[in-house]
Write a protein that binds this ligand. Structure first.
Ligand SMILES: Cc1cc2nc3c(=O)[nH]c(=O)nc-3n(C[C@H](O)[C@H](O)[C@H](O)COP(=O)(O)OP(=O)(O)OC[C@H]3O[C@@H](n4cnc5c(N)ncnc54)[C@H](O)[C@@H]3O)c2cc1C
Length: 463
């Protein structure tokens, strides 16, 4: 199958010229010079050929694009930050509604509310909120989009204290698959609002509104690097620590190869290691004391503690996940990080086909578990930790083995103390079945989608 040729044929059959005239942002089709750029997303594994990319600059543009798709029964994907791991924001032969130009942020410091356009990235929202000493829990990577991350739940360093990103959502404005403009919140169009808090939306979100929280001081960041041989004991100690971890603390150990940089001893470079990393969102000096149990480990070959502005923390990983590399990620919530799970972490990290891959243990204590599993589509809130298996590789011929490594590792965790469901933002590809991701909430989510997108325009979006 020649996807490029199919996209050209699909585009040739559409009145894309008249669509372009009706959009402030215009369109790009396979016949245009900018097509290679327009169809590209962050994950180099994704190689889709849309018939038309509609650049929307306003709500009116979004309505025009959605009407165009509905009238022609076009499969439709929505793109905002373009960092979907699964690549669900671009669709071969269909329409991409690109919201990346709808980037705006309005902060109300009195009411502690942020209103945000769908094209906004976390770096932009964090900087705007921090200029008033405020923040809302977002992802850990400045370039990711507020839109996709929120609609898939959203975990970050502030989640133990303030919950998932979606738990801090107050309202969304949406153009639904029916072409209706809806402002959904806890009192109005409650089904659309419920779905948006982690389950996506049967349409295109044109504005988000979030609660903000005071954060007017530096935060603490800690790292301790240990040889992989010490990982078992260190993860056991982490399990004990998590039993009483305060909400300010977000400790996330990960297994990775030691970076080949000057901060690390040359004789450790590229070795498999466990990094016990932690953020303390309270007074950094209290953080220094809080991470005492992890400090001065006899086997540690690198250790650091820094106080830094929250915006710096949020940009710390910039460059670690370059666009164009191939990625496949999947996660499993674990009721407990038992000895079998720890042994599996070690085994899986050893077996990773690519040295660029990591396995992250993400904490789930605090505010996340205080929201009921019926309040939003997100399940697994009772987990102790979520294990994120994150494959990254450059060699295009190594895809099969890397994807298999992630899937097989997650299947092994599924045999143990795992809970149903998974984090939608790390669900492992577009083919993910809603039942696998949302478990007991999948049916309710399906009903919301069928009501507001009866033609299944956005069925492609289901993650
Ligand atoms: C480097 C990196 C780091 C990450 N770190 C975290 C993290 O710390 N925490 C976390 O929770 N996740 C994290 N993620 C996962 C991330 O949240 C998802 O990939 C998310 O989908 C990215 O959002 P986006 O807007 O950039 O993506 P896009 O590719 O633009 O969109 C992804 C999906 O979101 C939906 N969507 C986007 N915009 C709209 C809209 N306007 N209306 C309706 N639906 C829309 C669509 O279904 C679309 O397919 C990370 C991803 C990357 C690549």
């Amino acid at each position: 199958m020649d996807a490029n040729r199919d996209a050209r044929e699909a585009a040739a059959a559409l009145p894309t010229g008249s669509l372009s005239k009706r959009l402030d942002g215009g369109v790009v089709t396979p016949f245009d010079d900018g097509y290679a750029e327009a169809r590209r997303v962050w994950n180099g594994l994704v190689n889709e050929y849309p018939a038309v990319v509609a650049y929307c600059e306003s709500v009116d543009d979004v309505r025009v694009a959605v009407d165009f798709a509905r009238e022609r029964d076009l499969e439709t994907a929505v793109r905002s930050g373009g960092h979907s791991v699964s690549g669900s924001s671009v669709v071969s032969g269909g329409l991409v509604v690109d919201c990346s130009r709808m980037e705006w942020v309005r902060i109300d410091p009195e009411e502690r509310i942020a209103r945000v356009g769908p094209g906004t990235t976390w770096g932009t929202l964090d900087r705007a909120a921090q200029s008033f000493g405020l923040a809302t829990p977002g992802g850990v990577y400045a370039d990711t989009g507020v839109a996709g991350l929120t609609l898939g739940g959203g975990t970050g360093y502030l989640s133990p204290k303030h919950g998932f990103t979606a738990d801090n959502l107050r309202e969304i404005e949406v153009v639904t698959g029916r072409g209706e403009r809806v402002a959904a919140n806890a009192d109005r169009d409650t089904d659309v609002f419920w779905a948006a808090r982690g389950g996506g939306t049967p349409g295109v979100v044109t504005a988000f509104e979030f609660d903000l929280h005071p954060l007017d001081h530096d935060v603490g960041y800690f790292e301790s690097w240990l040889p992989a041989a010490a990982a078992g004991d260190a993860l056991g100690a982490y399990r004990e620590y998590q039993r009483t971890a305060p909400a300010e603390s977000c400790v996330f150990p990960y297994l990775a190869r030691v970076p080949t940089t000057a901060e690390f001893p040359a004789d450790r470079h590229s070795d498999l290691a466990l990094c016990v990393a932690g953020v303390y969102a309270g007074d950094p000096e209290a953080g220094r004391r809080e991470f005492e149990p992890f400090r001065d480990h006899p086997d540690a070959f690198a250790e650091s503690f820094e106080a830094m502005p929250y915006t710096e923390l949020q940009s710390m990983m910039d460059g670690d996940f370059p666009a164009g590399r191939r990625y496949y990620w999947k996660s499993v919530p674990l009721a407990r990080l038992d000895d079998d799970a720890i042994a599996e972490l070690r085994r899986a990290a050893d077996a990773a086909p690519s040295d660029l891959s990591t396995i992250v243990v993400w904490p789930m204590h605090g505010a996340v578990g205080r929201v009921s599993e019926s309040a939003t589509p997100l399940v697994g809130r009772d987990a102790d930790v979520v294990v994120n298996v994150e494959a990254a590789w450059d060699d295009p011929t190594a895809t099969t083995e890397n994807v298999a490594w992630v899937r097989e590792t997650c299947d092994r965790f599924r045999d143990g103390a795992s809970l149903p469901g998974t984090l939608p933002n790390f669900a492992g590809g577009r083919a993910s079945d809603a039942d696998d991701v949302y478990a007991a909430n999948a049916e309710r989510l399906r009903r919301v989608r069928e009501t507001h997108d009866p033609d299944g325009l956005f069925a492609y979006e289901r993650r």
